[in-house]
Write a protein that binds this ligand. Structure first.
Ligand code: CUA
Length: 403
């Protein structure tokens, strides 16, 4: 039987549990001992059996016993607590470092390669040191399974560390009341294998992760490189806007690889074959429109990068802890399909969530509150036009009816 609800996920956590058990055991033993003694005294010294009270004047052995035994017990509990506390506070020098920023009401994890995420991905069996701070008020980073809990303080850096022993998903909670959505300030530690972590970490470092994943999934990378090298097909590096010689009858004509061309080249590649290459299978049947758009956005370069910027900005600013991107409701309306959609405001007026509306909703949310939501969103007036645009572009990339 273990008295803990959540199995310890680290060696340090196991020591914390040991200390807890020791203190609990000693306390329980003392409680039982004193209670039994009391009951026995009540019985033994009842006035019927013991009519005349008598003083005891000094007993050296009793005095030694009640001095030494509690001292040993207290020092033992202290020692166990001190060593397990030290283990929690001594991060190995070679630990992987992750910056943690808490804000109302989300967590942002920033890795050494610049990758940001709202979920804490870590490799198994590797020490991870979290350097933490808060962007606004006091929060507290709490992972029950690792027995670590540390306040995050604005203007100050605190830290915690852990080394997860088992792969899995572990809850992160905020353990310091920080406003209305305190209870929703949740995330997880995803403990994955070293290989999987490496893949995750590298895929995100340059952004465009999802589109590259799609290019891999559809087998595009088998023939098209992203680094300029020629394979069975032309490289995709810098393809956007390039002039392409297209086979036309006996000769060639030139087409500029704009968005429309790229779309056609994926859906019906053989209709406009680039001179010097063999044909390519059509993806007309195979590729849903949504995936096609993601790939096009990636190939057209700037736009793809802005989407990532928009998303990571929204992660960094904490938007995504109240607004989902998958249609689910958190504290605020979902971003999915919001662009171009009608929304009903507090005063009953209906407006279309276009660029102007969304920009105002970000900068001055009080004026543009959507009916039925708590007015808890802080104004983001510190964002410049470019940031706001990137965020709106990101919202626009989340069409309705897709996952
Ligand atoms: Cu953050 Cu409670």
């Amino acid at each position: 039987m273990t008295p803990t609800i959540i199995q310890a996920g680290t060696a340090a956590a196991a020591r914390v549990d040991q200390t807890f058990l020791l203190i609990f055991g000693v306390s329980a033993a003392i409680l039982v001992f004193i209670t039994l003694l009391m009951v026995w005294f009540v019985f033994r010294y009842h006035h019927a059996r013991h009519p005349q009270a008598a003083d005891i004047r000094g007993n050296v052995w009793a005095e030694i016993a009640w001095t030494v035994i509690p001292t040993v017990l207290v020092m033992g509990m202290f020692w166990s607590g001190w060593t397990s506390f030290k283990a929690l506070r001594s991060a190995p020098a070679d630990a992987m470092r992750v910056k943690v920023t808490a804000r109302m009401w989300s967590w942002v994890f920033e890795y050494e390669n610049g990758r940001r995420a709202s979920t804490l991905y870590v490799p198994v069996d590797r020490a991870v040191r979290l350097d933490m701070t808060s962007a606004d008020v006091l929060h507290s980073f709490f992972v029950p399974a690792f027995r670590i809990k540390m306040d995050t303080v604005p203007g100050m850096e605190t830290y915690a560390w852990f080394q997860a022993e088992r792969e899995g998903s572990y809850d992160i909670l905020c353990a310091e009341y920080c406003g209305l959505q305190h209870a929703n300030m949740l995330s997880t530690v995803e403990v994955v294998s070293a290989e999987e972590f490496k893949r995750w970490s590298e895929s995100g470092a340059g952004g465009d992760e999802e589109a590259v994943g799609l290019l891999e999934t559809y087998g595009c990378m088998g023939c098209h490189s992203l680094d300029g090298s020629e394979e069975a097909g032309p490289t995709l590096m810098g393809i956007y806007g390039k002039e392409r010689p297209i086979v036309d009858g006996g000769g060639t004509r030139t087409v500029v690889a704009d968005e429309e061309y790229l779309r056609r080249a994926i859906l019906e590649p053989d209709a406009e074959l680039v001179a010097g290459y063999e044909g390519m299978p059509s993806y007309k049947e195979e590729m849903p429109a949504e995936d096609l758009e993601k790939i096009i956005r990636f190939l057209t370069g700037g736009a793809a990068r802005d989407l990532d910027r928009g998303r990571s900005l929204m992660e960094a600013e904490g938007c995504l802890s109240c607004h989902s991107t998958d249609g689910s409701e958190i504290a605020g309306p979902t971003f999915k399909g919001i662009y171009g959609h009608k929304v009903v405001l507090e005063d009953g007026t209906e407006v279309v969530a276009d660029e102007a509306y969304l920009a105002e909703a970000i900068r001055d949310p009080e004026k543009t509150m959507v009916k039925g939501y708590e007015p808890i969103m802080p104004p983001y007036s510190h964002l410049n036009d470019e940031d706001v645009k990137a965020m709106i572009d990101y919202m626009r990339s989340l069409p309705e009816g897709h996952d």
